[in-house]
Structures are given as structure tokens and as C-alpha cells.
Ligand binder design. Structure first.
Ligand SMILES: Nc1ncnc2c1ncn2[C@@H]1O[C@H](COP(=O)(O)OP(=O)(O)OP(=O)(O)O)[C@@H](O)[C@H]1O
Length: 254
């Protein structure tokens, strides 16, 4: 029989947050090529998950399925209604001013105040009335993030959003995404080739191989993370090993 102390411990033990994404037995083929093969995945409410894997292993395919951009699948996929996606290329409409791009997907008449608030959050509200073509790559990516967050998503899907940025802009964009995630509390799935980026930002790193999640690593290091921390280096080495890189001088997965 449980003592009073044991009962109290049971009462205060935090239960794991519920899943915001549940995928079971997901398969996707292109002709004869099976890209996703009976894949299972759970992402918890508010969790930051990074997805690594060799080029062509199916990361973007999985993300597109979760974004509901691809329905030619078999298996069960549960995702929240409020989700948004940002890609490597910002995909802004060149004929719409920056602020209008931000609220493009929202119902009703375009709400400029809401667009400005979102742009402000990513530090770029001074560009609101300009055309996308005058933006730098980093600025355009910030606008893309503002557009993804303006609907207050429960799930944010990011497909290599920093890959085209120069090294310094990339570091700033990573920090920004980390801040935005903590502020908004949404779950994030980040597709990346950069092991260090995955370790800096996420709660859990997944490695995709042969159409499934072949390996996962829960990252319990305190934030902000330190690349010089021996534990960080050990995790980095382990993940590079899973990616088939033995002596990892570079972070690229493929
Ligand atoms: N619409 C399509 N038609 C045919 N084949 C496709 C299509 N989309 C993806 N594929 C194939 O599916 C495989 C997985 O592609 P996917 O883009 O998901 O890989 P990835 O892991 O995101 O790659 P990368 O890291 O290089 O972006 C590749 O072999 C690709 O050629």
C-alpha cells in the first residue's frame, strides 16, 4: 500500500505533454522508389525536434506530408489544424508589399497592425511597406518566419530555413528561431543538415534512414548550449556516426 509520501510524489510528478503530431505506419513512394516506409513519429506539444538525414533520404517528403502538401500516402497522420511551414527559399510574392506577404494566409481583410506586430517580433517592421525584391536573403527569411508565426501555429515546420544564409546571418537566424520558439511555445520540426544547429536548438534529434526514423537522441543539455561542452561534442560525434561521418570536421550530414 502506498504511503502518504509516495502518494504525494505521484500527484506532483509531471505527466508528459500530449502529442501534437502522431504518425503511424506512414509510407510514400514515387513510382518504384519507396521513400517513407512504415514510419512512426510523435512530437509533443511545445517540443523542438530536429530531423537529420543524408540527402535524398526523405526529410522534405515527410515535412510536406505533415504540412498537408502531399496526400498520396498510406498510414495515419494526425497534425494540428494550426500549423505553418517555412522553406529554405522564403517564397514571398514579389507583387505584394512585405506586410501583405505576412498576412497572406490569414482569413478576412489584410490586417496591417497584425503584420507589423509579427514583423516587429523578427526585428524587421521597418521593411513593412517595401517590396520583397529589396530585401536581403536574411531579411526575406525573417519575413518568411513572421508569416509562419502570424497565425500562432501549434506546429511550425521548418525545411532548412537557414541553409542559404551566410554564416553570421545564419547564427542570428538560429538564435531568433530559438527565441521565437520559447516565446510562442509551439512545437517545431526543423529539417537540417547541420548537426550543430540541431544540437543548439532542439529537445530531440531524429536521424532518418531507409524511410524510417532510425535513431533518436534526447538532448538534455541546459540552454543556452555551449559547443565547447564535452557532452555537446560527444552528442555531435554520436550523431555524425549515425549519419555515416566518422571523423566529423564538418557538420554537413551529406
Ligand atoms: N515529386 C517527386 N517525384 C519523384 N520523386 C520525388 C519527388 N519528391 C521527392 N522525390 C524523391 O524522393 C526522395 C526523397 O526526397 P526528399 O526531398 O524528401 O529528400 P531530403 O532528405 O529532403 O533531401 P535533401 O536533404 O537533399 O533536401 C528523393 O530520391 C527524391 O528524388
Amino acid at each position: 500500500m502506498a504511503t502518504g509520501i509516495q502518494r504525494n510524489l505521484t500527484a506532483i510528478r509531471p505527466s508528459a505533454p500530449p502529442s501534437v503530431v502522431t504518425v503511424r505506419g506512414l509510407s510514400r513512394r514515387f513510382g518504384e522508389r519507396i521513400v517513407l516506409k512504415d514510419l512512426d513519429l510523435d512530437i509533443r506539444v511545445g517540443e523542438f525536434v530536429a530531423l537529420l538525414g543524408a540527402s535524398g533520404c526523405g526529410k522534405s517528403t515527410l515535412l510536406r506530408v505533415l504540412a498537408d502538401l502531399d496526400r498520396e500516402i498510406s498510414g495515419a497522420v494526425e497534425v494540428p489544424l494550426r500549423r505553418s511551414v517555412a522553406f529554405q527559399v522564403p517564397r514571398l510574392m514579389p507583387w505584394k508589399r512585405v506586410w501583405r506577404n505576412v498576412v497572406l494566409g490569414l482569413p478576412g481583410s489584410p490586417d496591417k497592425a497584425r503584420a507589423i506586430a509579427a514583423l516587429d517580433e523578427v526585428g524587421i517592421s521597418h521593411r513593412a511597406d517595401q517590396w520583397p525584391k529589396v530585401l536581403s536573403g536574411g531579411e526575406a527569411q525573417r519575413v518568411s518566419l513572421a508569416r509562419a508565426l502570424v497565425c500562432e501555429p501549434d506546429l511550425l515546420l521548418l525545411d532548412e530555413p537557414f541553409a542559404a544564409l551566410d554564416a553570421l546571418t545564419r547564427i542570428k537566424a538560429q538564435e531568433l528561431v530559438g527565441d521565437l520558439w520559447q516565446r510562442h511555445g509551439c512545437a517545431v520540426l526543423l529539417v537540417t543538415h547541420d548537426v550543430e544547429e540541431a544540437l543548439l536548438l532542439s529537445d530531440r534529434v531524429l536521424v532518418m534512414k531507409d524511410g524510417i526514423i532510425a535513431h533518436e537522441e534526447r538532448i538534455v543539455l541546459e540552454r543556452p548550449r555551449d559547443v565547447a561542452d564535452p557532452e555537446f561534442a560527444a552528442l555531435r560525434g554520436r550523431l555524425l556516426g549515425w549519419l555515416g561521418v566518422r571523423h566529423g570536421r564538418h557538420d554537413a550530414a551529406a
